[in-house]
Design a protein around this ligand. Structure first.
Ligand code: GRF
Length: 200
């Protein structure tokens, strides 16, 4: 299976995925990173890993259709079967989601459906929750809303600062995402409506 990773930021989840691939646990090829942000950390990491990175900036295209056409061309060139969103800060259009139906996976740093959006860790911390966590889910047309594959909780401790909480959430992400992708790559996820059954 050829997996593309889409990222806009520092790329620590991309690194965790690559570590799992290199250790032979996650049996996929990652021939392509798609990034929409010049200077993003993930671009350097891709270079270090020897993975081709396509920098595709929304501002360089007249509309979302043209932007996504450029992404599609890259996916086609690399015979991509599935996509892992890892901090990709852009909504994909319904047409794009439908072209890769049940083949786009996302990681979100909260227990969905709580704290959707770009500031999930800070929002949960500010809200004062005692428990938050990480969700890996299939992508549908809505933001942070598709069928849930795996979730893991992270307790918020009284002495936590936003930074310490962020650190623990990222540690969980780096374990959970490769694990969820492994289940997917091995054909162990059966989707029925909103429910994802994990086959053993
Ligand atoms: C992660 O917290 C992920 O859950 C969210 O964006 C962040 C990306 O971090 N969707 P990184 O770029 O993988 O370090």
């Amino acid at each position: 299976m050829n997996l593309a990773v889409f990222a806009s930021g520092r790329g620590s989840n991309f690194e965790a995925i690559m570590a799992s691939v290199k250790s032979g646990v996650l049996r996929v090829s990652v021939p392509l990173v798609v990034c929409d942000t010049p200077g993003a950390g993930v671009l350097k990491l891709a270079e270090k890993e020897g993975v081709e990175a396509a920098l595709i900036e929304r501002a360089c295209f007249a509309g979302r259709k043209e932007f996504e056409d450029a992404i599609h061309a890259q996916l086609h060139n690399h015979a991509i079967d599935a996509i892992a969103l890892a901090g990709f800060m852009r909504m994909l259009s319904p047409a794009f989601v439908s072209a890769y139906r049940n083949r786009i996976i996302n990681i979100h740093p909260a227990l969905l459906p709580s704290f959707k959006g770009a500031n999930a860790i800070a929002d949960a911390f500010a809200y004062g929750v005692r428990v938050t966590g990480v969700t890996v889910h299939f992508v549908d047309e809505e933001m942070d809303s598709g069928p849930i594959i795996l979730q893991r909780h992270v307790a918020v401790e009284p002495q936590d600062t936003l930074e310490t909480l962020e650190q623990r959430i990222h540690e969980v992400e780096h374990e959970l995402y490769p694990h969820a992708l492994k289940l997917f790559a091995e054909g162990k996820l059966a989707i029925s409506g909103r429910k994802v059954e994990i086959l053993t």
